[in-house]
Design a protein around this ligand. Sequence first.
Ligand SMILES: [Zn+2]
Length: 282
Amino acid sequence: MYFDTHAHLNFPVFAKNRDKLIEECLRKDFWMLNVGTNLFTSKKAIEIARNYDEGIYASVGLHPINFDTGLSRMKIDESEAVEEENPFESEFDYEAYKKIASDEKVVAIGEIGLDYYWKPKTKIKLEKFKEAQNILFRQQVKLAKELDLPIIIHCRMAHNDLLEILAYLSTIYGSKFRGVIHCFTGNWEQAKTYMAMGFHIGFNGIIFKFNQEDIIKKISLDKVLIETDCPYLLPPKYQKKINDPMGVKYIAEEIAKIKNIGLKEVADQTTQSGKALFGVAG
Ligand SMILES: [Zn+2]
């Protein structure tokens, strides 16, 4: 079996075929964790998970690109907004997230982190923008610590700042982190630092765009999680229009090829690590 530890079947793009797709995944032994990006998609992830006894889990969190700082924000394709009217939140409502995170299907806080891709152009605005993301991130780590849940971290073009914040937070909380650096695109030094802090490293279809061969070769398999980030990052060999949790098999295959080990070993070990990190049995 496989465990796609980062999927978004909670996204509006899956509104029409979601149930069928989930049933196919479960029948073929693909488990998934649907990751929230704002209150709407977080609640949706829980609602989906509640329909199934096992194999489908949820995380809740406010993604940095869904956080409207008033300084800069991503451009969205309005035509995709089938279920959701406004994906942006200008404040992090700690109590609202805490309330939904208490659901038994919620196994993590995420995705949270830093994303400097859609950054403002002036220096003053950029500093404010980074500071706002930093505060948002720390609020959500606090929530994870309060609820004793692992964290799912998104980081784009911001690894140095993220490592600095995490180093600071580890002095406050005085313990290692439990969580994953999802969609990893950093270098080996950064990967080692994250692992020393307690994190797993998540690989998805980005490995077909950015060469991560060297890191995949060196990394101990028990620190690896596999994921799709579907609907995004469709593996080139997967004959579908939109990625889905079954696409995680191509990530496992690529890792097995690079590490020169069996596919089953990758599937088994990553499934076991995913279950252990997110505290799900089965
Ligand atoms: Zn994601």
